[in-house]
Write a protein that binds this ligand. Structure first.
Ligand code: AMP
Length: 361
C-alpha cells in the first residue's frame, strides 16, 4: 500500500454542496488543500476551498484540468454522472471507487448487493417494462411504494400506490424508467449508521442514530437512537458488513428501518458523508468528514468515540432566518452553509445541541 498523502497534498471534491464544504474544512485542519469540481458559481464548498474547477462534470477539458490539480478524488453526492467519475479514476485514485458509486446510484443493484451480503431489505421487485409491473404487483401486492431506481432523493421519484391502476399511473408519470416496487414497512423508527473504512480495511462505526423526517426531508437526528442495545448493535453490524463487502474506502451511510418486531431492514446506502452524521462534528473525537479525509488520504482512521449525546436539527428554507437567536443560544452549535437564498426544502444549515454524557442521570 502506498504511503499516506502528506500534508499539503490536494484532495479533489466532486460536488460543491454543504457536504463538500464540511469535508474541505476537515481537510484543512489536517493540512490538506481542497479543490472542488462543480458547475455552480459560489458553491458552499468553493467558498472554503483553495481552488474550484467550474464546469460541467462531463466536460473533458474541465476533467483534465481538475485531475491534473489534485492527488486523490472523492465525491459529496451520489447522483453525479458515473462516466466522468470513471474517466477521472483512470488518472487519479477515486475513493470510494466508481464501482461502489455505481451500486449506490441504482436502487436495484443496491438492494441486490445488500441481500447478497445476507442482509434484509423491504420486499421488492424490479420493474423495467409494463410487463414487469404486472409481475411485480403479484410479488409485492399493494399498498406499496414505487420508486425510480435512479436519481431519487428526499422523497422525489417516489409514489405510494394503493392498487394496480395507481401503480401503472405512477410508472407512466415517472416516464417508464427503471423502478422498484417496495412493500410498505411498518416501522417504529428510521435509523442510520455511518461506517468509515480505511485503506487498510479498518472500520470505525458511529452509533446508531434515529432520523425524523418532515415532508420527506431529514428534520432531526437523535444520537444515539433510544433502542434496545441488541437492535442498535445489529444496525452497526449491518453497516460494517456492507462497507466491508463493498470494499468501501471512505464513508458508507446506511439508512434502515426498525420494524415493530425489532428487525432491521436496509432502506438505502450513500457512499459519502451523510446529513445524519453532522452531529459528529460537535460530539465525537473524530467527525465523519475527518474520517473521510483520513480514509481517502490513506491515514489511519480516528477514534469515532462520542463525548456527548446530541440532537441535530436541520435548518430548512426559512428556518435559517432564526440564526440570530440560535447564535445567541448558549451551547447551540450553529453551522451555516453559505447559501444566499433560503428556498423551500433547501438545506441552509443545522444546529447541534449536546447532551453531555456525564450530565445524564
Ligand atoms: P427513501 O428515498 O428511500 O429514503 O425514502 C424516503 C422516505 O420514505 C423514507 O425515509 C421513509 O420515511 C419512507 N419510505 C421509503 N420506503 C419505505 C417503505 N418501503 N416502507 C415505508 N416507508 C418507506
Amino acid at each position: 500500500m502506498s504511503a499516506p498523502l502528506p500534508p499539503g497534498s490536494t484532495i479533489g471534491i466532486l460536488g460543491g454542496g454543504q457536504l463538500g464544504r464540511m469535508t474541505a474544512l476537515a481537510a484543512a485542519r489536517l493540512g490538506y488543500r481542497t479543490h472542488v469540481f462543480c458547475p455552480e458559481p459560489d458553491a458552499p464548498a468553493s467558498q472554503v476551498s483553495g481552488a474550484t474547477t467550474r464546469g460541467a462534470y462531463d466536460d473533458p477539458a474541465a476533467q483534465v484540468r481538475f485531475a491534473a490539480a489534485v492527488d486523490v478524488i472523492t465525491y459529496e453526492f451520489e447522483n453525479i454522472p458515473l462516466a466522468p467519475v470513471e474517466a477521472l479514476a483512470c488518472v487519479k485514485p477515486v475513493r470510494p471507487s466508481p464501482g461502489v458509486l455505481a451500486i449506490c446510484q441504482d436502487r436495484i443493484r443496491e438492494k441486490h448487493a445488500v441481500n447478497a451480503a445476507g442482509i434484509a431489505t423491504a420486499r421488492f421487485a424490479a420493474i423495467e417494462t409494463d410487463r414487469d409491473l404486472a409481475a411485480a404487483l403479484a410479488t409485492v401486492p399493494p399498498p406499496a411504494i414505487l420508486k425510480t431506481a435512479r436519481l431519487g432523493y428526499d422523497g422525489k421519484g417516489q409514489a405510494r400506490v394503493a392498487d394496480a391502476a395507481e401503480a401503472a399511473a405512477a410508472f407512466a408519470r415517472f416516464g417508464r424508467v427503471a423502478c422498484v416496487l417496495e412493500g410498505i414497512v411498518d416501522f417504529t423508527c428510521e435509523v442510520s449508521v455511518i461506517a468509515a473504512r480505511g485503506r487498510d480495511g479498518a472500520v470505525a462505526c458511529y452509533p446508531t442514530v434515529e432520523n425524523r423526517h418532515k415532508h420527506h426531508i431529514l428534520d432531526e437526528t437523535i444520537a444515539p437512537a433510544a433502542l434496545p442495545a441488541a437492535v442498535a448493535q445489529e444496525a452497526e453490524r449491518i453497516a460494517r458488513t456492507i462497507a466491508t463487502r463493498l470494499d468501501v474506502v471512505g464513508l458508507l451511510a446506511v439508512e434502515m428501518f426498525v420494524t415493530r418486531d425489532g428487525r432491521v431492514l436496509v432502506n438505502e446506502l450513500a457512499p459519502r458523508p451523510h446529513n445524519s452524521g453532522h452531529w459528529t462534528i460537535d460530539a465525537c473525537v473524530t467527525n465523519q468528514f475527518e474520517q473521510l479525509v483520513r480514509a481517502v488520504a490513506g491515514l489511519p482512521l480516528g477514534s469515532p468515540e462520542r463525548h456527548s449525546d446530541a440532537v441535530m436539527k436541520n435548518l430548512i428554507g426559512d428556518e435559517v432566518l432564526d440564526w440570530p437567536r440560535l447564535a445567541a443560544e448558549p451551547g447551540a452549535c450553529l453551522h451555516l452553509y453559505g447559501k444566499a437564498e433560503p428556498r423551500p426544502g433547501r438545506k441552509m444549515g443545522h444546529v447541534t445541541r449536546l447532551v453531555r454524557r456525564a450530565d445524564r442521570t
